[in-house]
Design a protein around this ligand. Structure first.
Ligand code: DQA
Length: 164
């Protein structure tokens, strides 16, 4: 069951008003719902709910509405990227393992250009197994932050806020 929190549903008919333009979708891919108990030596002990709280706090300081979601299903992420074209000013995405494999997510991001997208990974994917060194998202993202744990989400929001 995908996790959806935030204002996008409420704002779905809001058109392109000022409030609406400051919404950032923060999208999370497979297995990230298990943060806190999943391989804490790699991903740390923080839960995804706590990361969502961090994002909302950082968003409030930056004047951004945060719409924080997670799904284990590739198609949900594609749907949400498409939805962001009409409802968000930018996307932060931790695509999880789909970042290494998903041409569909790559294509979805290309299709919503020039919507700025920041890729985040908690771990340093370049210091891990070779299959994690490739990102399908990085070529279509504004930038990528990896290896700084949950702080990466806040850094990505700051970077996007500076562009908006
Ligand atoms: C991850 C890195 C991916 O390689 C892995 O499949 C994940 C988490 C990260 O945040 O470090 O699920 O995206």
């Amino acid at each position: 069951m995908p996790i959806i929190e935030g204002p996008a549903r409420r704002l779905s008919r809001a058109g392109k008003g000022r409030h609406f333009l400051k919404t950032v979708f923060v999208l999370n891919g497979p297995n990230l719902n298990a943060l806190g108990k999943r391989e804490p030596g790699i991903y740390g002990g923080k839960t995804l709910a706590a990361i969502a709280d961090d994002c909302k706090q950082a968003g409030a300081a930056l004047g951004l509405e945060i719409d924080f979601r997670q799904s284990n299903h590739e198609g949900d992420l594609v749907d949400w990227i498409q939805e962001a074209a009409d409802k968000a000013a930018a996307i932060v995405i931790n695509p999880g393992a789909y970042g290494h494999t998903s041409i569909a997510i790559h294509d979805a991001i290309r299709a919503v250009a020039p919507l700025p997208v920041a890729e985040v990974h908690l771990s340093n994917i370049h210091a891990r197994e070779p299959f994690r060194h490739v990102s399908m998202v990085a070529p279509v993202a504004v930038g990528m932050i990896c290896g700084f744990g949950p702080l990466g989400y806040t850094l990505a929001l700051q970077a996007l806020a500076a562009r908006l």
